[in-house]
Design a protein around this ligand. Sequence first.
Ligand code: BGC
Length: 733
Amino acid sequence: MKQKLILLCLFSLIQFSLFAQNGIIIYKQKDAPIEARIKDLMSKMTLKEKILQLNQYIGGYNNNANNIAELIRTIPPEIGSLIYFDADPVWRNSIQKKAMEESRLGIPILFGFDVIHGYRTVYPVSLAQACSWNPELVTQAAAIAAKEAKLSGIDLAFSPMLDVARDGRWGRVTEGYGEDPYTNAVFGVATVKGYQGKDLSDPYSIAACLKHYVGYSRSEGGRDYHSSEISRQSLWETYLVPFEACVKAGAASVMSAFNDISGVPASANHYTLTQVLKDQWKFDGFVVSDWGALTKLIAQGVAKDKKEAGLKAFNAGVDMDMYDNIYFEYLEELLNEKKISMVKIDDAVSRVLRVKFRLGLFDNPYTEIVSEHDRYLHPESKIIAQKLAAESMVLLKNNSKTLPIKSSVKQIALIGPIAKDTANIIGGWEGHGKSADVESIYEGMVKEFGKNVVLNYAKGCDFDSTDESGFREAVLAAAKSDLILVCVGEKLRWTGENASRSTLALPAIQEKLVFELKKTGKPIVLILSNGRPIELIRLEPQVDAIVEMWQPGICGGTALAQILSGKINPSGKLSITFPLTTGQIPIYYDMRQSGEPNSGKYQDIPTDPQYWFGHGLSYTTFEYGAIKLSSEKIKKTEKLIAQVEVSNTGDVAGRETVLWYISDPACSISRPMKELKYFEKKELARGEKLVFRFEIDPERDLSYTDENGNRILESGDFYVIINNQKTKFEIIE
Ligand code: BGC
């Protein structure tokens, strides 16, 4: 079979070199092998044309306040790529037409955009998506985002963000899938699959761009853009994990990050960009720098000027320069000075062209023109958005079964700055999402409860101010109600880029509002909408129930209301630990084992966080049987099956996610207390029992990585862990 394939490839290569000799332009032949098309095209390109392929300019209006830049009006038709901020396919096609018809070789432009949690149909922020533990649903959502984006002229999404984030002060924690490397890997792959579909050349596929490679989330103190101290060990153990998984899943491109890795900036880091990504992982797509990351090399103190910045980034392995224009200005000069090689330029150009060929851009360079109505917000898309919003929400506390709301409740006080909000709950990096598309909590509540329950609304206070004048109205609304829903949280720009905060606590006014409401003696349900974990040490004792709704995108109102009514049984579990106070940071479930597990505690507060990673309640109860292993001893080359029977012992159907961890209590290096290796979510009817199963592959699940990325599997005892149970097994030679 293999031999036949090789022969076939050889045959087509010979055939296409004959074409070439006969004057047929191979790179324009749709059926020619991509590598032959690249080779042919490159043989025809001038140095200038090649260098232009390595630049990404911008087009359209940019609403990222960090990146306001001059609009480039005279876009050279030979440009490699554009960040396209508008959503007008006609304008996009007119630019593409210039590239196809006014440039000598007709190389299509690659149009990129920050599609992060949806394009126009906006989903929950990524941190929330991971709380759904439903990667298939995330794939469906990403596929819809890809189609909406593609029909608006986008070929490349600057996501998924795979920065494993353990510091909630860092605003960009909202853009990734939480604190765990494996969870980031699974949801990253799910997103890549959704964007790229079965084949990049499918009509509605777009290319993914894995970012920010690598270690950006480790910026000290959670201060964005700051230095990050990362050992090779934690680079391999934690930060590279999701990138490797997504590269293996076929992601088309990678974005190099702003931070340094223990002194060597990620955008000038030969080790991570070339040795690991390109040589070791055999990544054959392109690397684009993050916006201004090359210029930042000067501020970071590793380049004296732009030219040197370009030199360092290029030789380290950054193929395309986003926005800095440094490659355009200096690559030729650097080549003439023999500081960079033609081989490297050719390699970078071939990477960019490869992605364009894979996307089918040479053969179908134009965007299909479809009316906005047909492009966006299809009812089926909104169903996915609502489902994902509901599955992402986490019931954090539910004392005395306060939720679901009982039929005896006739009046509900709906209070807080989030209650009627449509501008913030959509979440930052909202793509082309619009506040007008957002369903507020209030609207969702009216739909769900409107006929039977009186809703007494009062804003109470703003997100952050000292104005308490609204408290009185809020307390009056609460006093005449049977239950208080107090909806507090963050504005959308409180997370995201350049949005660090020194504390995870909500502004004092919001906390005070809850304290005032508590005085009414009525039961309180706290609804949180935010893009990072929140410090709840003061609020948690005041309230009877807490629902973390996150920033759910456009369809959160009904999703939340149906959780409150009990129509939907909540099934989300946290993808990130909620510290008790900001001072506990860093705190995450897979910390290394301590030398004195029972000492080294804080004197002033408990050592445990408010809610660990994986916490999330349901309206039903799930009972776990004992873990059963297929064997207590296996060889390194064998597989072990771990099983557990879970019973739904409550009154309603529910979905349970079993999170399977392993731990290695005695290894050559100190390993995390436990590491998530697999999870599975299943629906269980009332009274139903189901078996959850984890097939342990020792090489994949029990080995650890050394500081060079070599995986090492040691024999000895291991534990498999779920909930509060752990069961020992042994690996023998
Ligand atoms: C951000 C990236 C983003 C890029 C393009 C940068 O400032 O760090 O995440 O993809 O801008 O908008």
